[in-house]
Design a protein around this ligand. Sequence first.
Ligand code: 3PG
Ligand code: MG
Length: 397
Amino acid sequence: MMGFRTLDQADVKGKRVLLRVDLNVPIQDGVVADATRIERMAPTIIQIADRGGMVILLSHLGRPEGRDPKDSLKPVAAETARIIGRPVAFVDDCIGPKAEAAVRAMKPGDVLCLENTRFHAGEEKNDPAFAAALARLGDIWVNDAFSVSHRAHASTEGLGRILPAYAGPAMEAELAAFSRVLDAPQRPLAAIVGGAKVSTKLELLGNLLRRVDVLIIGGGMANTFLAAQGKDVGKSLCEHELAGIACDILLQAAAKSCEIVLPVDAVTARTFEANAPSRVVPVDDVGADEMILDIGPRTIEHVVSVLGRVKTLVWNGPFGAFEMEPFDTGTIEVAEAAAELTQAGRLVTVAGGGDTVAALNAAGVTDRLTYVSTAGGAFLEWLEGKALPGVEVLRQK
Ligand code: 3PG
Ligand code: MG
């Protein structure tokens, strides 16, 4: 990756390597419920250990206000040990005498996980004194956590100002995949933007309009566009107050020759629950007491035909209420089509965002797409065209 110092260029032998990973994984009843993020970092940990480095894992978990046992990384350290197949020591602080003693006790090849960085207020404030306390524990800093690089925190950014800084291989792979879709994509380039609200994705839509050839809008946010076009969306999730902004986006798209794809039919129901009685209607025919919960078959067919004529796809957000059957159909069928085209070498597909990953996992296509990012907020900010502090600090000055 141009402009970055990368882990393979670092001499890690006998060195204390502070490795920023994103161990912010869902925990249920004290057990890691989804280990995808840990699995992505595992090769980096093993690589540093095998090269004779001492691996010191740094991460946050949740959004604690001070020390909170429910956000302890202890169970995550245990799960990491299971995944890498080696012991991972744990110490219940990330700075100070205890952490320093634990690091002093390390030998080359050892792995140590420090407690949640957000147990200290200095982390999110990017306090230089806190960053310096972290820096005492290491000789170099490796950032392998793209998914938290939108935060200018001490462990994601501050350390890069103090210690020699390197991009880890997971970070590199993520940036390479992204650059393939937005920096130098094979055209035509399409984007799928779904999810509930237009209001949270205004900047993203604005940036994508300038860069993509086709913008496919799905999920609850499509209703806001349909309503802005004068359609009655009944009781559907809809931000009626954004009608003006939605019209504006459509006008901007027309001016930039960006083709917009909106639903032409929908699956509606009267109640928001799994297996609620539903019907398929044209979007002009939604009943006053109905909600749009998914795209209909004609829309699916249209989206799939668009995917058949583009070369690159960036995907953020599901089409319908994918967490409830049968309203996951649109997302699953489009995902399946994207996976088939990708496997056939006809489409480069990069997807990301919290709900998107859950939807693509449920559809069983994750392994058949070009790249699926585990990043939520960071992926959105990247799609918005923003510079990410945890990435910028890695650039060689
Ligand atoms: C995430 O899960 O989005 C990252 O780990 C960042 O967490 P945050 O949104 O609490 O900063
Ligand atoms: Mg987040």
